[in-house]
Ligand binder design. Structure first.
Ligand code: PHE
Length: 518
């Protein structure tokens, strides 16, 4: 009779079925075994489940888990071909043995592929299959009448059969393979492609002193505190049972589900918010003419942002067609203000400059094009898209990034409405505190910079303002147009706790997997 303390008896009573199974398995054996053996003999669906239970037994001081690395061998593709067709030197021996005078290399070259023959020659003498001799200018192979005992072939075939029988899913332990015939093993291993050797991590379980001492009756594997099952709930039988408490910190195998990239999740969220606020989504191409990206927005042709070092101009196509009359109309605005009430910049447009093809530097190109096509309000549209600027990459800058763009226009739209829209947008994203700083864009008046309070600091997120008449009038837009263009990546960095913007675009699988569904 065993003497157990109150507390270890209690410990046993609380053990779930899975842990009891492992204990019983170890206690009826020698007290130690590899995890995979325990898992299969104790009827676990896989090693992970058994490992989870074993980890608990370890925490409770009943079992010790250790790890050992072992090498296992299986037969490689070349080895399988050797088993199927015969080892090259044996194939050649078969042919040479039939020629009483030996076979010349020339004959053998006709009969065998170069590769087979060269392998055969390399092993011919080493294996004592025969001799090689020169007769005149010719080289001849003579075969010994009987093939020497082929221990390497037998070992290879044994390893192949073992793998097929599947005694050990990892293959035959290397030690065991070598022990069968060290010489033959080394021969096989020295020949490329015959054997595959893999490192295999194996876990071992061993009962601790306490684990040996506690008594779990094999007949009572299921007799501890009941585990709540759907059947118990359905039948109502749980009422009469003492249930084992759940332990939500039990280690479980990690399940990796597919999910959208974190940046895509944020884009979806932003889209959802604007849709709910009554906006419609628009899209434009990455490739645009300088006319739409800049001229139409009253950005003068000598503006510094147009320089080669800031904008990606394209070589093919180098130009895009733009309606000549449109260029003329906007040229007048740039030169003298046209009929907009402005005095303009004093310089007309160079149509060649207007037609230059570029990668859009902002998504405002999409909203001005939309306005040109839909001058009659009221309008509420937004876009989320990539823009391109020749920035030097660093922790806060990328040469391509996303902007959240939008316009709203209607009779009597004013600056307060603009602030209201942006306030509402950021509020729905979870940022209550905003502030505005006066700013400058050639196409808006007034122009503002939006900043949000992240809880730690003020974050500059983008620009906004009301389109100038120089921008709206030429297209027949009569109502005030509220416009904004906001950064997405900065927001994403705050949301995801990233210190380096580049991490959003490197596919670090571990990081991606660890990201929650927002
Ligand atoms: N296009 C500006 C930028 O890229 C943002 C902006 C859009 C400003 C609309 C005012 C109005 O920063």
């Amino acid at each position: 009779m065993r003497i157990m303390s109150e507390s270890s008896q209690d410990l046993v009573r609380q053990l779930p079925t899975s842990e009891r199974r492992i204990l019983v398995q170890l206690q009826t054996g020698t007290g130690s075994a590899s995890l995979n053996v325990v898992a299969s003999q104790a009827g676990f669906p896989n090693e992970d489940v058994a490992f989870s239970a074993a980890s608990w037994l370890q925490k409770k001081g009943l079992v010790e888990i250790s790890e050992r690395k072992t090498s296992h061998v299986t037969v490689g593709r070349e080895g399988e071909a050797f088993l199927r067709d015969g080892f090259p030197e044996v194939q050649v021996h078969r042919v040479v043995a039939k020629a009483p005078q030996g076979a010349s290399l020339v004959q053998l070259r006709n009969a065998f592929a170069e590769q087979i023959l060269s392998i055969a020659l390399a092993w011919w003498k080493r294996k004592g299959l025969g001799t090689i001799e020169k007769r005149g200018s010719e080289t001849f192979l003579n075969a010994n009448p009987t093939l020497p005992e082929a221990a390497d072939e037998r070992l290879l075939s044994y390893l192949f059969q073992e793998a097929k029988a599947g005694h050990d899913p990892a293959g035959t332990p290397e030690e065991q393979a070598r022990a069968r015939n060290p010489n033959a093993y080394d021969w096989l291993k020295s020949r490329p492609g015959l054997l595959l050797v893999h490192e295999h991590k194996q876990r071992f379980l061993q009962l601790t002193a306490l684990g040996r001492q506690v008594h779990v009756d094999p007949a009572s594997i299921d007799a501890g505190l009941a585990e709540l099952t759907p059947e118990l709930i359905k039948s109502g039988a749980w009422k009469g049972k003492e249930l084992r408490p759940y332990d939500v910190s039990t280690p479980v195998p990690r399940t990796l589900a597919g999910k959208p990239h974190p940046l895509v999740q944020i884009i979806d969220e932003v889209r959802e918010i604007f849709l709910q606020m009554g906006f419609e989504e628009i899209e434009e191409d990455f490739v645009q003419s300088a006319f739409w990206n800049m001229d139409a927005l009253f950005i003068p042709q000598d503006h510094p942002a147009r320089e080669m070092q800031d904008t990606f101009y394209l070589e093919t196509p180098a130009e895009l067609p733009v309606d000549e009359r449109l260029i003329k109309r906007i040229s007048e605005v740039h030169e003298s203000g046209g009929r907009t009430g402005s005095r303009g910049w004093g310089t007309p447009l160079d149509p060649r400059e207007s037609r230059r093809a570029l990668l859009r530097t902002h998504t405002t190109v999409g909203t001005i094009r939309y306005l040109a096509d839909h001058p009659e309000g009221p309008t509420r549209v937004f876009s989320i898209g990539r823009v391109f600027r020749k920035e030097t990459m660093d922790a806060t800058h990328l040469p391509e990034f996303h902007q959240i763009e939008g316009i709203a226009t209607e009779e009597g739209a004013d600056f307060r409405m603009l602030l209201g829209i942006l306030q509402e947008f950021y509020r729905r994203l979870g940022y209550e505190k905003l502030r505005w700083r006066p700013s400058y864009f050639p196409y808006t008046e007034p122009s503002m910079e939006v900043e949000v309070w992240t809880g730690e600091k003020w974050l500059e997120l983008g620009g906004c303002g009301i389109f100038r008449p120089e921008v709206t009038r030429p297209f027949g837009v009569k109502t005030p147009v509220l416009a904004w263009g906001l950064g997405l990546e900065r927001l994403a960095m705050i949301r995801l706790g990233l210190g380096d913007i580049r991490n959003l675009f490197v596919s670090d699988l571990e990081w991606l997997r660890s990201q929650p569904l927002l």
